[in-house]
Design a protein around this ligand. Structure first.
Ligand code: ADP
Ligand code: MG
Length: 575
């Protein structure tokens, strides 16, 4: 909770204003019962109508002043709180943007979403409440007691009994409610996770007829959350009437003992009426405190979850004094590189050494799970190597800024991801200021121009969320165009031709050859035909290099490569 306080700094002014306004409001409320007792004792009893009008009018003024303070305070506290929420959300968002893939794996997407939305809302709400009650509760409590004492000392003994009872009840409620509030946030996370998987996997769920199963899974998570919420609310609901009983019993006792004191001539009627109101104010201030003590632990769970995100630093950081690589074009070199995923027993790739030169096409082939994507993800530094090093343009990737490194790379991931927006915008994602011709050219090379022109609005056709209105192969070609428009020094294609038919695949590669010219090209593929004519082929087997060379050399020297080729090509093709 404390760690979030400095996010309040920009809102100092409205916060101070709110505190002052609430102070004034509390003073007004403390003053009103006294005025009332004056009217009763000095006006009503003596029949002095002028006095009643005069003080009555004054009372109205004080009440109106209090109300205006209260409304203005609400306005400014709402403003400060939503501003606070906004800046916190954008801070979390931009912080998460710096995470390497490791941290994403660690939190999970669903939890990151809950933390950025629900958790921040929780904190924001409590913040509004605290602003109000932080001043109000102690003012009303202490001020009320002083005023009550000034009216009648002996009657204050009634409060000496009522307040401890109130405190005991508050403590009991807290002890039971707080753990439940903590549990709720975790359960909400779980519900979000189930919901997310459901929405993302809807096609799979339907095709495997698992709707019932998923419904059950959702119902379980939903039920779990509901049960906890009901339990909490039961406790909170029971608290209110109990409090009212105590409040009313207190009033009755005050009237009882006050009546005795009045008939003995120790006290006046107006004072007793004022006393009742002060007693209420004191007890309500305890209620406010109780609410605060219930809400704060709940918010501090949320605050803790937010701080956890904010305090997680990406394990991939820009170096202190980055080296700006001399423009050696896009040479890439792996030197004895090993890497394992966190928690994995075996390294995903080990002892990888090879070199890729500008103007050449390097291909990586290997079975699924052999570590191809892992290897490729190390070049843009999505993960850091464990041993060895990767040089890009002769500089260790850890010694340059991530921006300058990624600037050099046109990356086509295995999973083609498109964003909501037009086709044009999606291609332009690779280069903001690309001209219309550049976009068209990239689409042509990527063999996307044809299907784009057949779309109802050409380049202005809207891609639906998740790219659901284009086929897998079209998606791949668009994400290739996005990389091409950058004209980077290094092209990386991770299995990017897998959804293309052989003819398009061949056409695309032919066009690519002219396009990439002096750049370094790295192609990962499953199909031998895609990579057969590469300048250098690297065969990966279980995270190790099984062989390096041209198709011809590998056919003679590498058993793994021969097996892959045999399984895919007919005899004539091999020769
Ligand atoms: P390929 O692209 O060759 O099919 P990958 O590089 O994707 O293979 O995977 C290599 C190995 O690393 C696999 O055994 C896989 O289970 C593991 N792996 C891949 N991604 C992760 C990850 N994010 N966390 C943990 N293990 C992973
Ligand atoms: Mg892969």
């Amino acid at each position: 909770m404390k760690k979030l306080l400095h996010f309040l700094k920009p809102f100092r002014l409205p916060i101070y204003l709110v505190l002052i306004l609430i102070l004034l409001q509390s003073l007004a409320e403390l003053y009103l019962p006294t005025l009332m007792s004056d009217i009763v004792d000095k006006g009503v009893v003596t029949g002095d109508t002028d006095y009643i009008w005069k003080i009555g009018g004054f009372m109205l003024l004080v009440a109106a002043g209090g109300m205006i303070c209260s409304i203005t305070a609400s306005y400014f506290s709402a403003r400060a709180a939503s501003g606070f929420g906004k800046s916190l959300r954008s801070k979390v968002f931009s912080h998460v943007g710096n995470f390497s893939l490791n941290e994403f794996d660690q939190f999970g997407t669903a939890s990151l979403i809950t933390r950025t939305t629900n958790d921040i809302t929780q904190v924001q709400q409590v913040f509004i409440m605290m602003l109000r009650m932080m001043v109000m509760a102690p003012m009303m409590c202490i001020g009320g007691i002083i005023m009550a004492l000034s009216k009648d000392t002996k009657l204050t003994l009634v409060l000496a009994v009522a307040i401890p009872v109130l405190i005991i009840i508050i403590l009991i409620v807290q002890k039971r409610a707080i753990p439940l509030f903590k549990a709720m946030q975790v359960k909400l996370d779980k519900l979000n996770r189930v919901l997310r998987e459901n929405l993302m996997g809807i096609r799979v769920i339907r095709s495997f007829n698992r709707i019932e199963h998923e419904k059950k899974r959702f119902d379980e998570a939903n039920w779990d959350l509901t049960q906890t919420a009901i339990k909490v609310n039961k406790i909170m609901a029971a608290m209110m009437p109990t409090m009212m009983v105590i409040l009313n019993l207190t009033t009755v006792s005050i009237i009882w003992f006050g009546g005795i004191r009045i008939s003995n001539g120790h006290m006046e009627v107006g004072d007793m009426m004022a006393f009742i109101q002060y007693a209420m104010q004191i007890m309500f201030s305890f209620l406010m405190l109780a609410m605060m003590f219930v809400m704060i632990p709940r918010a501090s769970v949320s605050a803790g979850r937010i701080v956890e995100v904010l305090e997680t630093t990406a394990d991939i950081q820009n170096p202190g004094d980055p080296i700006k690589p001399v423009d050696q074009l896009g040479q890439v070199e792996f030197q004895n590189v090993s890497f394992s995923y966190p928690g994995a027993e075996m390294p995903a790739i080990s002892n990888i050494s090879f070199k890729m030169n500008p103007g050449e096409v390097t291909a990586i082939i290997g079975g699924t799970g052999s570590g191809k994507s892992t290897l490729i993800n190390l070049i843009p530094r999505f993960y850091d190597v464990e041993k060895g090093k990767i040089l890009v343009s002769g500089t260790d990737v850890r010694e340059m800024t991530q921006e300058s490194l990624r600037q050099k790379i046109g990356f086509v991931p295995q999973q083609a991801i498109l964003f909501t927006g037009t086709i044009d915008e999606n291609i332009r994602y690779g280069k903001k200021d690309a001209s219309e011709d550049e976009v068209k050219h990239a689409a042509e090379v990527a063999q996307a121009a044809e299907f784009i022109s057949e779309m109802p609005e050409g380049y202005n056709t809207i891609i639906a969320q998740g790219g659901t209105n284009v086929s897998g192969g079209q998606k791949q070609r668009l994400s290739i165009a996005r990389a091409l428009v950058r004209r980077p020094e290094i092209y990386i294609f991770d299995d990017s031709f897998s959804a293309l038919d052989f003819k398009t695949d061949a056409k695309l590669r032919a066009a690519l050859k002219e396009e990439t010219g002096n750049s370094t090209v790295l192609i990962v593929a499953q199909r031998v035909s895609t990579i057969m004519d590469a300048d250098q082929i690297i065969v990966l087997d279980d995270g190790n290099i099984a062989g390096t060379g041209t198709h011809k050399q590998l056919m003679e020297t590498c058993r793994v490569y021969r097996e892959i080729v045999m399984s895919q090509l007919s005899e004539e093709e091999i020769v």
